[in-house]
Design a protein around this ligand. Sequence first.
Ligand code: TXA
Ligand code: MG
Length: 336
Amino acid sequence: MHTNVYTISNVNLKNSGYLKLCATTLKNGGIGAFPTETVYGLGANIFNAQAIEKIFIAKKRPMDNPLIAHISNVEMLHSIVTSVNKKSQLLIESFWPGPLTIIFNKKDEVPNIASGNLKTIGVRLPNNDIARELISLCDFPIVAPSANLSGKPSPTRFSHVEFDLKGSIDFIIDGEKSIFGLESTIIDCSNPTIAPVLLRPGSITVSMIQKVIGHIEISTHLLNRSDVPVSPGMKYKHYSPKATVIVVVDFKKLITLAYKHLNNGEKIGILTSHNKDYINSNFIILNINGGKNLYHSFRKFDFLKVNTIFVEGIKETNDNLAILNRLKKAASLYIT
Ligand code: TXA
Ligand code: MG
């Protein structure tokens, strides 16, 4: 399959013929990748079940893992959800456009393949001009998971999408790198009789949300108290590079361990907030930049054929949940 690549900048967006071509492709049942402020997404028309199936095939994604709907304005929400309760409304007013996905009860018009057969659908209004203009040209919500092969780190740059999906999707928009570099926060407010539940931590933190709607529960799965996933996506291994990932909280311990592996003939990578990037043949240091560079670094380490990645762990607080969650999903060993 031929994949069209379109370089689009935020300047002159409204006149971009390329963006119109992308919208036409989606209207005709095609699929394509576009930038968002969190990670790149792989989109299809939410009302076209056949187009959505192509996403699952291209990504090799399990069919029961639901997708997130992206809208370009709040009115569009009403075409896919049955109602908006008070807490959801407050979250919308505070955090949209932005990296917060809210779970709603879905309308029957939304095909079951979009929601992994759930009665609910996650929705967000992205804070990215290219994404919003594309949705608005389509005039329907675009369902989009992250535009990576299933199991690989989410793509935060055009080159990541190109590496994983070129040849298996209709187009890729080459936009800027994602500002946040981690997937959106997901909160379930769909049952107004219980406290809202955080399903996936992200850049919109627990304390930011609690300031707006009061107490929320953190999914027991995130707290490691239960093995039963609440959100289907939680049961799949995610975000892992090919190299073995070892998280070490104590930086001195990390360095000692890294040298041990280096002396055993391994190529090693260190991901830290302490140092600037440094690359030599067997020893590579990359700066994590508050999580923004996590996925990019994982991919770069794999590209450079690193055997073991040592990641400097961070203290566990409610506001650090996003990065901790991604590290725990990627790591085979977590040393305190
Ligand atoms: O930042 C993001 O959210 C990116 C960009 C492209 O918007 N998208 C993204 O999608 O990360 P994806 O498919 O890689 O992750 C979506 C997660 C899955 O783990 C899925 O299980 C969960 O959202 N999810 C979607 N709909 C849900 C629902 N109705 N109930 C519970 N979880 C849901
Ligand atoms: Mg994903």
